[in-house]
Design a protein around this ligand. Structure first.
Ligand code: KMH
Ligand code: ZN
Length: 271
């Protein structure tokens, strides 16, 4: 089972939790602890020194270098960024080459309400990002906030922009879109193109229970401060590593073994 740690995100603030990593060093330190706790991959956004969400290539470069100095964990960069960013800004992490190139990048395949805002992903923009990911030889993690976004992957495959089978991430529980319920997860799994792999990211209080739902079904799970700041009711996680440790405990209790980064590379077909 691959555990991904979504370390930073674009929405969580230091006012909500003092444990949110912001600088490259903070991100790398938490990433290394997440690896120790059982994660095989980190999903990262970056922040300015003031903590504002950014997708700046140099901030990604600094974070990736700091992570790779400390640990062999796989690095997946966000192309979602924050609501309202334009496509070039969103794709900052895809401009990195050589030793700084990420291992994977996200690709959201449709538009959704996102709290009081709209996470805007019209079809031409999705194709633009898919082409950029493909052109640097990366595989996308297809971020699906709703079931129609799984079907869109089939269109992208027909257009030669995505290879099937692919790896999907079901993001369930953002206010305004599909919520995290076991029957929703079953429906999404049933909708997958044959042979595809999947991760589930439960947002808010469904994060840790959905690690168990994923474990039971043979899937993978994402935890982290991007999606949830609490280890239990009213108790802040003192870093992403505490959420990973709890996820690892629940996965093992369900009889699952945790993938190393090398095993995750095979399982997610990263090449
Ligand atoms: N911050 C959200 C608007 C991704 O990382 O690819 C989008 C997001 C998805 O987090
Ligand atoms: Zn993200």
């Amino acid at each position: 089972m691959v555990i991904t740690a979504a370390l930073v995100g674009a929405e969580t603030t230091r006012e909500q939790t003092p444990y949110l990593p912001i600088t490259a060093e903070e991100i790398a330190e938490d990433a290394a602890k997440c690896r120790e706790a059982g994660a095989a991959m980190v999903h990262i956004h970056v922040r300015t020194a003031e903590g504002r969400p950014s997708q700046d290539a140099e901030l990604f470069r600094a974070a990736i270098r700091a992570i790779r100095k400390r640990t062999d964990i796989l690095v997946q960069v966000s192309t979602g960024g924050a609501v309202g960013m334009d496509v070039d800004e969103r794709c900052g992490g895809l401009t990195l080459t050589g030793a700084d190139k990420p291992d994977m990048a996200t690709l959201t395949t449709g538009t959704v309400n996102f709290g009081e805002e709209v996470f805007w992903n019209p079809r031409p923009l999705v194709r633009d990002i898919a082409k950029r990911i493909k052109s640097i030889g990366l595989k996308p993690e297809l971020e699906c906030f709703d079931v129609g976004m799984i079907d869109e992957a089939r269109y992208l495959a027909k257009e030669g922009l995505v290879e099937l089978p692919a790896h999907f991430d079901f993001v369930l529980g953002v206010p305004g879109t599909l919520q995290a319920r076991p029957e929703v997860l079953d429906f999404m799994i049933a909708a997958l193109p044959e042979g595809s792999s999947w991760t589930v990211a439960g947002v808010g209080r469904q994060q840790l229970p959905f690690v168990e739902e994923a474990a039971k079904r043979g899937g993978n799970a994402r935890v982290g401060l991007e999606d949830n700041i609490y280890l239990s009711k009213g108790v802040l996680a003192k870093g992403n590593f505490e959420l990973v440790a709890e996820a690892a405990k629940r996965a093992r209790a369900a009889g699952r073994e945790l993938a190393t980064p090398e095993q995750a590379r095979q399982l997610l077909r990263l090449g």
